[in-house]
Design a protein around this ligand. Structure first.
Ligand SMILES: NC(=O)c1ccc[n+]([C@@H]2O[C@H](COP(=O)([O-])OP(=O)(O)OC[C@H]3O[C@@H](n4cnc5c(N)ncnc54)[C@H](OP(=O)(O)O)[C@@H]3O)[C@@H](O)[C@H]2O)c1
Length: 376
């Protein structure tokens, strides 16, 4: 990511707004005659942003800084963020373990929701006060763990009344991922059986909602007994705890010895190897996480004789590589399910932006019941 001050939109637009505004700046209250109630860009208002200047443990390296509030230019909207989910990918990025290490200093975050607080020229369809959700990539890699962001209007969608701000700020990464993996890539049919690891994760729980909706079954793999019991109490079927049993034997018992045709693995290591061993002839597995941190050791024999397909999945890449006309209906379908209450992101705890260190620790504490969200 390029430092936000030097990225085209926010900073250069802000300088243009300085020249344009004739209102008298009032410290902390925006400009008298500005049509931007929160400040027009002329004001020296500062906003809080979370950033890190060195890679490391999130609780050690993340800090809250003050930076100038950006102003929206033509076609842009400024959003006062009210919710930003903390995802494992955000924390991997802080540790420098998520693909290419980010340029420093860097502000993390992707999923976010809030309220429109200023509208630039030539924007139609949004007004100050509207509740909105940011589409993934809306900030162009400038992060969302900050008070306000300026984004292109077309990267916003109205927040459905059925979703709280916290749920809206935790929707896209997980629900888009499950949809793309199960529906677009694996095309799990009605009546099919999909194996998923880290089934107690927020993404895993979202997959349970999708499986109910589309009528396919799941083999839900977790690492802790308490989580296995929790998922069973929630009605989850075929729960396997890797601390108690080997996955391939259980899968053989569930499938009459055949194995599963579809699997998604977020863990890797020995769990990932057991997932591959559990695949049926012609089976397909998407690797989409590396929670274990260790390599998957593969026996070439079963892979070639069963003609297995093991493929990576990265949502960012899918969004970049998929034509907008194919992405749009997927987004609309997910919003539709959120509106109807089929998709309900669970929220564990909310922390103010200023308590980001406590928030990132909570986001990795076993036993949480939903996404951890940063609020104003
Ligand atoms: N590739 C993509 O585009 C993409 C997109 C979205 C998400 N993801 C990945 O999907 C995974 C789940 O994301 P999330 O936001 O739903 O996570 P989350 O809610 O933070 O949950 C993480 C889950 O993983 C389990 N876990 C952690 N380390 C583990 C290990 N070594 N072995 C087995 N289980 C382990 C945790 O179990 P405990 O409760 O026992 O700690 C917890 O249930 C992450 O790996 C994330 O990076 C990938």
């Amino acid at each position: 990511m390029v430092c936000w001050k030097t990225r085209g939109s926010s900073w250069s637009m802000r300088r243009r707004s300085v020249a344009a505004c004739r209102g008298a700046p009032r410290r902390g209250r925006g400009c008298e005659r500005s049509r931007h109630p929160g400040g027009c860009g002329l004001c020296s208002r500062a906003m809080k942003t979370v950033q890190f200047s060195r890679l490391g443990e999130p609780a050690d390296v993340l800090e809250v800084q003050e930076v100038p509030t950006p102003a929206p230019g033509p076609g842009q909207v400024r959003v006062r963020l009210t919710a930003r989910a903390i995802h494992p990918s955000d924390l991997m990025n802080v540790r420098g373990l998520y693909g290419r290490p980010p340029p420093l200093p860097f502000c993390p975050g992707n999923d976010a929701a809030g309220t429109v607080d200023a509208v630039g020229p030539e924007v139609k369809g949004f007004k100050v006060g509207d509740r909105v959700m940011l589409l993934l990539g809306a900030t162009g890699g400038r992060g969302t763990w900050m008070e306000q962001v300026v984004v292109p209007a077309q990267m916003l969608v109205p927040t459905p009344a059925a979703l709280s701000d916290a749920q809206a700020g935790a929707l896209w990464v997980n629900y888009l991922s499950i949809w793309v993996m199960a529906v677009e890539l694996l095309q799990v049919p009605q009546g099919g059986l999909l194996l998923q690891t880290a089934a107690g994760s927020q993404l895993g729980r979202a997959m349970m909602e999708l499986a109910r909706l589309r009528g396919f079954g799941l083999v839900n793999v977790v690492r802790r007994r308490e989580q296995a019991e929790e998922l069973k109490a929630l009605g989850a079927e075929n729960v396997v705890c890797t601390a108690d049993e080997r996955l391939p034997e259980r899968v053989r018992a569930l499938t009459g010895g055949k194995g599963v045709h579809w699997a998604i693995d977020a863990v890797g290591g020995t769990t990932g190897a057991q997932v591959v061993e559990s695949l049926a002839v012609g089976g397909r597995c998407l690797l989409f996480g590396a929670l274990d941190g260790r390599a998957i050791s593969l026996e070439p024999g079963p892979v070639l004789f069963k003609e297995l397909v093991i493929q990576g999945f990265w949502l960012t890449r899918w969004l970049q590589a998929t034509p907008p006309e194919r992405v749009r209906p997927v987004l609309e379908t997910i919003i539709g399910h959120a509106v109807r209450g089929d998709f309900k992101p669970a929220i564990d705890q909310s922390f103010p932006l200023a308590q980001v260190k406590e928030a990132v620790v909570r986001a990795e504490t076993p036993g949480r019941t939903g996404s951890v969200v940063l609020v104003p």
